[in-house]
Design a protein around this ligand. Structure first.
Ligand code: PMP
Length: 429
């Protein structure tokens, strides 16, 4: 493949944008080489500035469950834009999307819209602190909850890739209130709680982790967290920025039958426009301004274009629940095909998958937490695999610490092409 124009554009971008990108993982630092500049996308495909067509397994990092430029979403945005792009006043469409979200997701009464997953998680933690009157939080090594200060304490995703788990600019004062636990290790959480008795406002986690590759919760882990939170008066916060409206209409709470106290959303709920949200039962949500004392706001929150895209997306998912079954079947097909190809070429691997989230770790041992994910990533095989796949027209996550997201726009022919590419690339691994 030729990436001449992408390379030129990257050189120009670096002169005026730090690192040439507006979000670090896009820069391909983790896998080496230079990023691809996309010109347009449609359905399951990206078309780059050099005219290459790529089968896309990122889908804007998750939200495009129905593929790129999905017509109902596009139509909704275009029609809405004709009426004006932002008013800074309430609009009816905000209530419509809130009603639909509350209908689809179990255990929530109210939802507040923000502009990103970062804002959703940051606001959820403030609300948890305000509601409980306690200051400390527990987060898990390798879970990523956006780039707000409290979370940049050995965070996953780009923060790990760039070797700055404790980013300069995050104060010691902030860091001391974030306690770090090991994912899938309930005893570790209990020890932290014991050592910080009555000081912990919430435990926040990705209930199915996606930012250290895909790591599903071990059996009993989420249930154990629920129990200990109930016993200790701690709020359980599920960061469903990736899993919400993807693993089921009602997210992980529905899929794995464990309830959280506050849920954070992002990505899907904006249909590819900049949206995040957080939701909870009335008693917690009514703690928010203007009703309650916890302040949280946003000039563009509930923006009509973003709400139109999100409403079109959620409406499709609500009215056609077979979509969840379809993406899951496609992911299982891919899983089986990749497994076969890697086995045939004797490549050591572990494939982690839950529903339509999947990742390939190049190590035989189980990958269950950040340490094992880092061990799997350290042999450099993923980076070689990434470039091999790209050369064959397949765009997977440009980092071993990310999940692949399957969209329903992928055809079985696309999946077969992908499996063929895995077979070819794995011969060289
Ligand atoms: N939480 C999770 C689980 C995420 O995956 C992400 C982004 N990848 C975020 C929060 C932050 O979302 P955003 O990038 O929209 O701020």
């Amino acid at each position: 493949m030729i990436y001449k124009r992408s390379s030129q554009l990257f050189a120009e971008a670096q002169k005026v944008i730090p690192g040439g990108v507006n979000s670090p993982v896009r820069a391909f630092k983790a896998v080496g080489g230079e990023p691809i500049f996309v010109e347009r996308a449609e359905g399951a495909y990206l078309f780059d500035e050099d005219g290459n067509k790529l089968i896309d397994y990122i889908n804007s990092w998750g939200p495009l469950i129905l593929g790129h430029a999905h017509k109902p979403v596009l139509d909704a945005v275009i029609e809405r834009a004709k009426k004006g792009t932002s008013f800074g006043t309430p609009t009816e469409i905000e209530t419509k999307i809130a009603e639909l979200a509350v209908k689809m997701v179990p255990n929530i009464d109210k939802i507040r819209m923000v502009n990103s997953g970062t804002e959703a998680c940051m606001s959820a933690v403030r609300l948890a602190r305000g509601f409980t009157g306690k200051e400390k939080i527990i987060k898990f090594a390798g879970c990523y909850h956006g780039h707000s200060d409290s979370f940049l304490i050995q965070a996953g995703s780009g923060a790990v890739t760039f070797g700055t788990p404790n980013s300069p600019g995050v104060t010691q004062g902030t860091a001391k209130d974030t306690l770090l636990a090991k994912y899938n290790d309930l005893d570790n959480v209990k020890d932290l709680i014991k050592a910080n008795k009555d000081k912990i406002a919430c435990i926040i986690l990705e209930p199915v982790a996606g930012n250290m590759g895909c790591i599903p919760p071990a059996e009993g882990f989420l249930e154990g967290l629920r129990k200990v939170c109930d016993e200790e008066g701690i709020l359980l916060v599920f960061d469903e920025v990736m899993t919400g409206f993807r693993l089921a209409a009602g997210g992980v709470q529905e899929r794995l039958k464990v309830n959280a106290d506050i849920i954070c959303f992002g990505k899907v709920i904006g249909g590819g426009l900049p949206v995040g949200a957080f939701a909870a039962r009335n008693e917690i949500m009514d703690y928010l301004a203007p009703v309650g004392p916890v302040y949280q706001a946003g000039t563009l929150s509930g923006n009509p274009l973003a709400m139109a895209a999100g409403l079109a997306m959620l409406t499709e998912l609500h009215e056609k629940p077979e979509i969840f079954e379809s993406i899951e079947k496609k992911t299982a097909y891919l899983h089986e095909g990749i497994e076969k190809a890697l086995k045939a070429n004797k490549v050591e691997h572990t494939i982690n998958r839950l529903g339509s989230m999947i990742s390939v770790h190049f190590m035989e041992e189980p990958v269950t937490d950040f340490d094992s994910a880092a061990k799997a990533a350290s042999n450099g095989k993923y980076n070689k695999f990434f470039h091999g796949m790209l050369e064959n027209g397949i765009y997977i996550a440009p980092s071993a610490f990310e999940t692949w997201f399957i969209s329903d726009a992928l055809s079985y022919e696309d999946l077969d092409k992908t499996i063929e590419a895995v077979e070819k690339v794995s011969r060289e691994l």
